[in-house]
Design a protein around this ligand. Structure first.
Ligand SMILES: C[S@@+](CC[C@H](N)C(=O)[O-])C[C@H]1O[C@@H](n2cnc3c(N)ncnc32)[C@H](O)[C@@H]1O
Ligand code: SF4
Length: 361
């Protein structure tokens, strides 16, 4: 039976361990390089992620300590290693797996996405020895001219010699049901545990190509592609009858409304300052005052307006003083002059993305 999960996704049999933690926002997203041997027409990477860059969630990584700090802030119970192809920088990827296991224990669950193109026996054995728990292959299934596809499939066969969970993860591309079935049968025959299917999404970089190929977004508000979800469901029905794999059809809505929100909530608990309110969505809400001379403004707020100093924080980087929302509302009413007051809502992420700004009269 294809069942609807509580996370706006669909499944056959049980969810892979990596997904169970991911939907709860408990997986650190560790991007170990943007380098990749492939060039998929649907590649979701933004231009600034296409080089040899490293990120832990939104945090740019200079060394492994940044990775550990981000995992601590999130109270992560595991990590999903992604890219690019993490095997394009194998030594770095292996070092991060090893360090995460050393710092957070052997139960810290780590899964990894790869094309398979670079998954030689030696590379797989390094990953296994470092403690990798689950490996997900995304071969060049939808490119009939692929030179890499054969190499990838040969490499994937070798992954079954190790004692870890092996699965596939591919986008659901309208018109490609036969290729998806072929891959499911291949994985099933070799003893894989699962095949994950992602609802196809466009990005700024791929929209034109996808439109030229005849694909359409489902609506103006969504990045999902029409027909992908329906095809995914049809594929799951087929898979249930014809293979013994587990399947998870991961939707655009799951990534947006569930996984991200849950991760933000976990992070907010650890980064919220006393004057910030953590909202249902996992954002931080507080008041701010903007003025040219922050020291003068601070002195005024403490001495003239008598705001307790523990309620105030000078944020020089952003050129503002932060405070509880109610204080900003009250001051906006009472203070005259060039000081501007706002209520803001920000993500509790490293880049503190501002998602709302309400000017106070
Ligand atoms: C974002 S990739 C990261 C790892 C690696 N770059 C890869 O493609 O396998 C993880 C998964 O996302 C899926 N994916 C790739 N492009 C997608 C797209 N445009 N829409 C939805 N899912 C996509 C693939 O199934 C892939 O296994
Ligand atoms: S394998 Fe992943 S990163 Fe590489 S081109 Fe394809 S979608 Fe992009």
């Amino acid at each position: 039976m294809v069942w609807e999960t509580p996370y706006f996704s669909y499944a056959v049999r049980e969810l892979p361990k990596g997904c169970q933690l991911c939907v709860r926002g408990e997986k650190l997203v560790l991007f170990t390089t943007g380098v990749c041997p492939r060039d998929c027409f649907y590649c979701p990477l933004s231009p600034w992620r296409r080089g040899d860059v490293v990120y832990a969630n939104e945090r740019p990584v200079k060394n492994v300590d940044d990775v550990i700090e981000e995992a601590r802030i999130q109270e992560a119970k595991g990590a999903g290693i992604t890219g690019g192809d993490p095997l394009a920088r194998l030594e770095r990827t292996v070092e991060y797996i090893r360090t995460l296991k050393e710092n957070f224990g052997k139960d810290f669950h780590i899964h990894l996405y790869t094309t398979g193109a670079l998954a030689t026996e030696k590379a797989l054995s390094k990953l296994y020895d470092a403690g990798l728990d689950e490996i997900r292959f995304h071969p060049d299934l939808f490119n009939p001219n692929s030179k890499l596809f054969k190499v990838e499939i040969e490499n994937i066969r070798k992954a079954f010699d190790f004692d870890w969970d092996v699965g596939g993860e591919i986008p659901s591309i309208p018109g490609q049901l036969d290729r998806m079935k072929w891959y499911a049968e291949f994985l099933d025959k070799h003893g894989a545990k699962f095949l994950n299917v992602n609802e196809l999404e466009f990005s700024e970089m791929t929209l034109k190509t996808l439109l030229d190929m005849g694909f359409q977004p489902v609506s103006d508000e969504s990045s999902a592609i029409k027909g992908s979800l329906e095809l995914g469901l049809e594929f799951l029905e087929w898979g249930e009858e014809n293979t013994s794999l587990s399947y998870h059809l991961c939707t655009a809505k799951l990534k947006d409304a569930v996984q991200l929100k849950n991760r933000l909530r976990r992070m907010a608990r650890n980064v919220a300052r006393p004057y910030m309110e953590v909202t249902e969505e996992g954002t931080l809400r507080f008041g701010i005052a903007e003025y040219d001379d922050l020291d003068e403004l601070y002195e005024f707020l403490v001495e003239e307006a008598e705001v307790p100093s523990e309620w105030l924080h000078i944020n020089r980087e952003k050129g503002r003083i932060e405070m509880p929302e109610e204080v900003a509302v009250e001051l906006a009413d009472a203070v005259e002059g060039d000081v501007k007051f706002f209520i803001v809502e920000e993500y509790p992420t490293w880049d503190r993305l501002e998602v709302e700004r309400i000017p106070l009269p």
